[in-house]
Design a protein around this ligand. Sequence first.
Ligand code: NAD
Ligand code: MG
Length: 360
Amino acid sequence: MVILGSTGSIGTNALEICKQHNIQVEALSCGSNVDLLNEQILKFNPKFVCISDPALKSKVLHKWVFVGDEISDMLELCKSQKVVNAIVGFAGLRASLKTQKLGKTLALANKESLVVGGKFLKTDEILPIDSEHFGLKFLLQNKTKISKLIITASGGAFYKTPKEALKNVTPKEALKHPNWSMGAKITIDSASMANKLFEIMEAYWLYGTKNIDAIIEPTSMIHALIEFIDGSTTAHFSRADMKLAIAHAVLENVDENVVKPLDLLELSQIKFHQIDTEKYPIFSLKDELLNSPDMGVVVNAANEVMVAKFLKNECGFLDISNATLKAFNKFSSIKISSSDEIFEIDKEVRKYTKEIDAKI
Ligand code: NAD
Ligand code: MG
């Protein structure tokens, strides 16, 4: 097994599952958390490692270290048939494309790969590591014709915050997710609802329908629902613990307990609420994005630039959606015909977003 993004929230959980099942880890990768990478090297004894930041190469305690884009060369040398891609952001795309090009199985947490490059991935071969998409996969085993896929949102850190107060919220407040413990970028995306917009596109690419909606379920005990043509609706319930989706992607045949079953009496709290696009403006792009999926690269790049700025206290929380909507309008006619173009357009949108943000 290869675990990319091994020092993150998903990566460390995936390694834990490998350890429990004596699965050999052939390669690891991270962005810059060299200390944790070194600990993992000692514990898992991988053959190869990759670090994104070239300046840190000399600090990695391993004799075969790849840096940056050399992640593709590392994947070429790997004999493992499965690659868990738990890198965050656009940086994960290269590894997703390469994994499939090499005929390996892609277990994908890096949803940004699908948002920007779903068109160039063999999506029906992907093992999804996202609670909603794992939930949908589980429910899709029912062969009745579907009429609609529904994924749930927790509402994020500001579900209980009035929209008038969002102007002044801080990164520290935005990073307090009520139900899930995740990396910083996805936690901010959850607070703005960009995460759910991305998950709509993730579901579109994975399951091939545009009949997808998202609804707020604040307890995160229901992750996905499917409405079938006959009028039945099924729902996937489980505790908010990513180990379930990761275990299914890593092991494929799960025949043991992974998470404690829900106490049904806790479910009396469950209520559904519509997503308010005045409070979460980025989610207003849903229908346009489903109609023009090539625009995923634009939304992703602008959002990524702004989330990084927000985390460094360089812009306000609402500027994330403001700038992303501006970029969406500016680049509205984008058509992408090769995977190389994704990298070019990503660059262009990042440049534009940095420029307009300076004027906000
Ligand atoms: P994280 O920030 O905890 O970890 C990200 C990992 O990517 C780290 O190992 C980091 O070193 C590495 N990384 C960062 N920048 C990099 C770069 N430029 N190049 C290469 N590697 C880089 O994030 P996470 O919460 O584990 O999320 C990882 C991915 O999984 C994201 O795409 C996220 O949307 C998705 N996901 C996460 C969860 C969750 O519960 N955490 C749930 C569903 C999907
Ligand atoms: Mg999710």
